[in-house]
Write a protein that binds this ligand. Structure first.
Ligand code: DX5
Ligand code: ZN
Length: 216
């Protein structure tokens, strides 16, 4: 499939969230990436459920919700009610990952699992067949605007092999340090979805940046 761009709201001007969501709504990007942080799993706090609920009526784009929170289980239904379409949890943050994935699906959402830069692709071996999405962190989670970690390419190659071997239909998403300089190479290594925060919202012309990333 052709790759998709998921602009990350984390890099938007929070004093004009409506403007940021409208921009994505009018762009060719089919997904909006929403980074939820708890200050425990990652050294930062971003935004959460009330923000997602209040921007939901502004667009029909897919809400690609990336939870960087420990023990997400009690919040799964709440995120579904707030309007999340995809709920991605971190492998490192879940005690019973298989149970969490099943609960996300039971709540009517697509289920994703994210792995940090130090987590090997092989840890997904026994869960990938159950997933709709694997999110490969190409920076350490917590902040926008960080430098892309080049070892990600190796992980993407391994992930593509694992997906084929385990007969999984999971999309492969890359998050962190994605921009015009690496989008083509990431797609060549099998990325289906590319998250872009800084390279979209801090560009001179964010709409042109989304179009350029979409065209590779
Ligand atoms: C980082 C977040 C990312 C972030 C990416 O923890 O998961 O989604 O917004 O930002 P950029 O594209 O600026 O690296
Ligand atoms: Zn993210």
């Amino acid at each position: 499939m052709a790759h998709l761009i998921a602009p990350s709201l984390l890099s938007a001007d929070f004093s004009d969230l409506k403007g940021a969501v409208k921009l994505v709504d009018e762009s060719p990007a089919p997904w909006l990436h929403l980074d939820v942080m708890d200050g425990v799993f990652v050294p930062n706090i971003s935004f959460g459920i009330p923000v997602i609920r209040s921007i939901r009526p502004l667009t029909r784009k897919v809400f690609d919700t990336h939870l960087m929170i420990v023990d997400p289980d009690p919040f799964i239904n709440v995120f579904s009610d707030a309007g999340a379409d995809i709920l991605t949890v971190h492998l490192e943050a879940c005690r019973h990952l298989h149970r969490t994935v099943q609960a996300i699906k039971a709540a009517g959402m697509k289920a994703g699992v994210s792995i940090n830069p130090h987590t090997p692709v092989s840890s997904l071996e026994d869960i990938i067949a159950d997933l709709d999405l694997v999110l490969v962190m190409s920076v350490n989670p917590g902040f926008g605007g960080q430098k892309f970690i080049a070892n990600t390419y190796r992980k993407l190659d391994q992930l593509r092999d694992l997906r084929a071997r385990r007969d999984s239909k999971a999309l492969i998403e890359v998050d962190g340090g994605v921009g015009q300089d690496n989008v083509r190479e990431l797609v060549r290594h099998g990325a289906d979805v590319l998250v872009a925060g800084n390279s979209v919202f801090n560009a001179k012309d964010p709409m042109a940046a989304i179009v350029a990333l979409t065209n590779g």
